[in-house]
Each structure stands twice: as structure tokens, then as C-alpha cells.
Design a protein. Sequence first.
Length: 141
Amino acid sequence: MHEQFRRHGSTGQAKKILGIRVVRLPDESPDVSYLEDSGRWKGEDGILHEPYRAADLERLDAFHRGEWGMIGIQAVADILVGGVQQEIASGGLWGIEDDSDSKYLIEVGEEELSALSSLLEDLGFKPVAIKDAVKQARWEL
């Protein structure tokens, strides 16, 4: 794990956003139980549809073989407050299938950037500084 706090210069320095990144992290507690939910396999008529069941069970087997996994996406800001470098992150969205469409991953990243922006504003960072930092965010998806 990387260092979360690092002291820089005097403690009287103003707040500063050093950088923002959108990251993809492994989901350490993946829940794939939805693939075993028999309710997903029934149509509106209440009848079991075998192709749905077979597809979900094959997907579950592929998960167990390590062919795909679950991830989370967070937006993370490195900030300088009182001469101390700190890291602040959005809550993140977890339980995302790692082979999801890239458009979806970007959409989630944008939502996490919005949540992080709100956190930074709550901490007293100026909206213009937040907007500039978000524009320059590094995407590590």
C-alpha cells in the first residue's frame, strides 16, 4: 500500500489539489450469487427458461475458473492541507464485472468524479480548482 500522509513544508500553507485519478481496483469480496438466483431464469409467465439458467451457470463457472472477476471504481484526489499530503476518495462502486463495456466503466468513473468533487467542495476547495483538477484527471481503468 502507498503512503497516505506526507508532510510538505510549513503547516500554514493553503489547501491545494495535487491531482485526481479514476482507478479500477479488485473487488476483494465479490458477490456473484445473482448468477444462482432462480428468479432470474423465469419469464413473465413464471416458467423456467433453460437458456437463461444455462447462460448464468456457465458465467458462474467462468468466474470460478478465473476468466473474469469483479472490480470497483473510485475517484481519488491527492490534496495538500496544512502542509500534509493526503489522499481522499469517493466511496466507489463495487461489484462491477471486469469485462463490462468500457462505456459503462467510464460512466461509473464520471459518477465517482462527481461524488469526489462534492467531497472536495465540502472540504472547502474552490469550485474552479475542483473543475480544473477534474479536467486533468488521470484515468486508470
